[in-house]
Design a protein. Structure first.
Length: 264
């Protein structure tokens, strides 16, 4: 594997961009509906432009794919990625950001041969910067993240569940007879991945994520020692723009129990 960008230098670039483009616009930015029903704000587009310029100036050898590009542009970039491709969600949690809920993040991954090799998720509200390097580990503000095998049972776990995007039958089962102790949903998939990697809850399920939603977070969770697959049990990472479902847990035992229940 070629020498990867320095994660400290990358963190400084992303943090500065967030401070310049996101923080001044929090809860006071213009927005519109996209064709898929999600929202895009002036903050999304400003952040994407800022990082595209900054990354190209620092690492000109890598291409750049952003969430706010057209689907045609994204497909072309993904099919001709070359030595590396930045994959950016400039503002994950746009609905939270627009309404003043302080739970949103920037999510950036570097893909090589369709696989994330570097991931960064930055939460400007809490000043938390999660990073990971393939086969090297994961960190939160420079401190290593290491998930230990949990003694927590499925029934005693906290789960983050995105009911909106789950198959209706599965959502109904989870609502009527949940197998866990308690449930949350925060509205930022990137931070949901990272908070699982930090051990702040034990289980995760989401019915539909795009590449920019999961690329960085999946790498951070994996390098911290967590595990994730699709709801059908397939490997999560795929070099494609189509939706991917997620079920994840802190360790293999919990994931096996979670998978057995979800598949039942």
């Amino acid at each position: 594997m070629a020498q990867l960008p320095d994660s400290d230098e990358l963190s400084k670039i992303v943090i500065k961009a967030a401070q310049d483009e996101l923080c001044p616009r929090f809860a006071q930015t213009a927005y519109r509906d996209k064709s898929d029903g999600s929202l895009v704000s002036e903050a999304d587009t400003a952040m994407q432009r800022h990082l595209q310029r900054a990354l190209a100036a620092t690492w000109p050898g890598y291409a750049f794919l952003g969430e706010e590009m057209t689907a045609g542009q994204q497909r072309q970039l993904l099919s001709a990625a070359g030595e590396g491709l930045w994959c950016l969600d400039p503002l994950d949690g746009t609905s939270n950001f627009i309404t003043g809920l302080p739970f949103f993040a920037v999510s950036l991954a570097l893909l090589q041969h369709g696989q994330p090799v570097l991931g960064l998720v930055y939460d400007p509200v809490r000043g938390e910067c999660f990073t990971a390097l393939k086969a090297k580990g994961a960190w939160l503000n420079g401190s290593r993240l290491t998930l230990q095998p949990s003694a927590t049972t499925l029934s005693a776990s906290i789960a983050v569940v995105d009911f909106k995007r789950l198959p209706a039958a599965l959502g109904a089962r989870l609502g009527q007879a949940p197998p866990f102790r308690s449930q949350r949903n925060f509205g930022s998939t990137a931070l949901e991945w990272c908070w699982l990697a930090a051990g702040r809850y034990q289980l995760y399920v989401h019915g539909r994520q795009k590449l920019w939603d999961y690329a960085a977070g999946y790498l951070i969770l994996s390098e911290a020692g967590g595990h994730a697959v699709t709801l059908s049990g397939e490997p999560l990472i795929a070099p494609e723009l189509g939706d991917r479902s997620v079920m994840a847990a802190q360790d293999t035992r919990l994931l096996a129990d979670w998978r057995a229940w979800l598949g039942g």
